[in-house]
Ligand binder design. Structure first.
Ligand SMILES: C[S@@+](CC[C@H](N)C(=O)[O-])C[C@H]1O[C@@H](n2cnc3c(N)ncnc32)[C@H](O)[C@@H]1O
Length: 234
């Protein structure tokens, strides 16, 4: 473990600070991430286990789901383990990072990322790992806060250095969806911009991407271009 992955204060404040936001703004979007879950599911950067209560509900209706999680920060990880124990949720939590996942190729049906790509150091490497561990035909689902435009973006730029130090390495101005869309192994099922949150943590994007079965045979051979739904909220 490096100092980069140890944020005891951030871990201690995470749940109390987000308590109201979790129950109001974020809840419907977390529900979106777990709709019709099946098979082996990986929670990337589980934090304090904010997704675990929703996993617990999902498993009530589908006993065959198998949950796995990675969380490199030991302070976050301890809270996630406590939450899993309190819920009696069977989730196998490992300490590795998204850039180097400890699973074989094609091992998950769904990979979920909630508010984690803002913090991951090497986003391209992590996307490559998501592609590698997803089964062909599997889904990558995400909810992320991203860079805004206009004056809000200027506020984000101003606060970014201080925010990164205070919020466990979080970057305010990442253009995360572009990185995902560039990955040639994905097709976009849904991608939405959500005008939720408060500057500087606004807007959000959420989406579902499909892991192509035959990457090499795609006629364009490059990015995910088959967009079934592209909805932009004002
Ligand atoms: C803002 S928290 C979000 C936690 C949780 N997913 C949620 O929805 O509340 C970001 C989490 O990503 C973890 N993280 C940071 N770098 C990571 C990496 N390279 N790979 C995986 N997780 C990472 C942090 O330790 C932190 O717990």
């Amino acid at each position: 473990m490096t100092g980069e992955q140890s944020h005891p204060l951030f871990a201690a404040l995470y749940d109390p600070v987000l308590w109201v936001v979790e129950r109001t703004v974020l809840y419907p979007h977390r529900k979106y991430l777990v709709q019709d879950l099946d098979g082996r599911v990986l929670d990337l950067g589980a934090g304090t286990g904010a997704m675990f209560p929703l996993f617990d509900k999902a498993i009530e209706s589908n006993r065959s789901i198998e949950f796995h999680a990675i969380e490199p920060d030991p302070h976050m990880q301890r809270r996630a383990r406590d939450r899993a124990d309190a819920l009696d949720l069977d989730v196998k939590i490992r300490p590795e990072r998204a850039e180097s996942l400890p699973y074989p190729d094609d091992s998950f049906d769904v990979v979920i990322a909630s508010m984690v790509f803002c913090t991951i150091t090497d986003v391209d490497a992590a996307v490559g790992e998501v592609v590698r561990v997803l089964k062909p035909g599997g889904e990558f689902r995400f909810l992320e806060h991203v860079a805004d435009d206009g004056w809000r973006r200027r506020v984000q730029d101003l606060l970014a250095p201080m925010w990164k130090r205070a919020a466990g390495g979080c970057h305010l101005t990442r253009r995360t969806p572009s990185t995902f869309v560039r990955a040639e192994a994905f097709d976009v099922i849904e991608l939405e911009r959500l005008s939720i949150g408060v500057t500087p943590v606004r807007p959000f994007v959420r989406g579902r991407f499909y892991r192509r079965r035959l990457v090499d045979s795609h006629p364009l051979g490059t990015v995910g271009t088959e967009t079934n739904t592209l909805k932009v909220e004002s």
